[in-house]
Design a protein around this ligand. Structure first.
Ligand SMILES: [Zn+2]
Length: 230
């Protein structure tokens, strides 16, 4: 299973680091390429069903995820995903909603009305803590608050259960995994690279990062290595 993770889909300011962004035309080309290879786009719920054996694993499966809630991602990626019926997950750090991003201090983060609109259009909204602090650096009570309260805050805003969590910077330890399990999430995503998804590792789901440097050839190598081709 190919689980990709993006941050911002948008154009660059001059000299801006390319690591966390993908230009809209590159993103479009990547989705086109996945479609060309007859990739089956699935939702997070589908991925969990497959992990539990409740659904048969179709060939060439991909799940698209986005971290941090960039307004540019809403503007450039979601119309394309919607048009093509591609499901996705967006992970939100609640205290940054409606503010400027903490990575580059350049770009806007979606506001609650936009997040609600995204949810209503069928995108899965997941939690990414409140402040985006690295969980393993926090005292146990703070760790629990980040995990539990972000879930409740988003649930109140979108009026629906929040089942998925992404660890800030992909960093977790045993305590963080326990905190996420105890808060009632169904699964949690990290940033370690990998493709196997099974029910024993639902709180340490591995993903493949995509950056602006993943132009057609590099992206193709990435996906052919990770898609289930047989
Ligand atoms: Zn993040």
């Amino acid at each position: 299973m190919l689980i990709l993770y993006y941050h911002r889909v948008g154009n660059f300011a001059p000299g801006e680091p390319r690591k966390l962004s993908v230009e809209p035309e590159v993103f479009e080309a990547q989705m086109r390429l996945l479609k060309k290879f007859r990739c089956n786009f699935i939702s997070a719920d589908d991925a969990v069903d497959i992990a539990f054996g409740r659904r048969k694993m179709p060939r060439r499966v991909a799940l698209i995820t986005f971290d941090d809630g960039y307004a540019d991602t809403l503007k450039y990626a979601f119309p394309l995903l919607k048009e093509n019926g591609i499901p996705s997950v967006m992970f939100i750090a609640t205290e940054h909603v409606g503010k400027t991003d903490w990575n580059h201090k350049l770009h806007g983060i979606m506001d609650w009305a936009e997040i609600k609109r995204l949810h209503l259009s069928g995108v899965t909204i997941g939690a990414h803590t409140k402040t985006h602090r690295v969980l393993t650096e926090l005292a146990p009570a703070d760790m629990r608050a980040e995990v539990e309260e972000s879930k409740k805050i988003i649930e109140d805003r979108i009026d629906a259960p929040v089942k998925y969590f992404a660890y800030p910077k992909g960093v977790y330890n045993e305590e963080a995994v326990k905190a996420v399990q105890n808060a009632g999430y169904t699964a949690a995503f990290g940033t370690k690279k990998g493709r196997k998804l099974n029910k024993e590792h639902l709180f340490e789901i591995r993903r493949i990062p995509v950056s602006a440097n993943d132009k057609t050839r590099r992206f193709l190598i990435k996906i052919t290595k990770n898609l289930n081709w047989v």
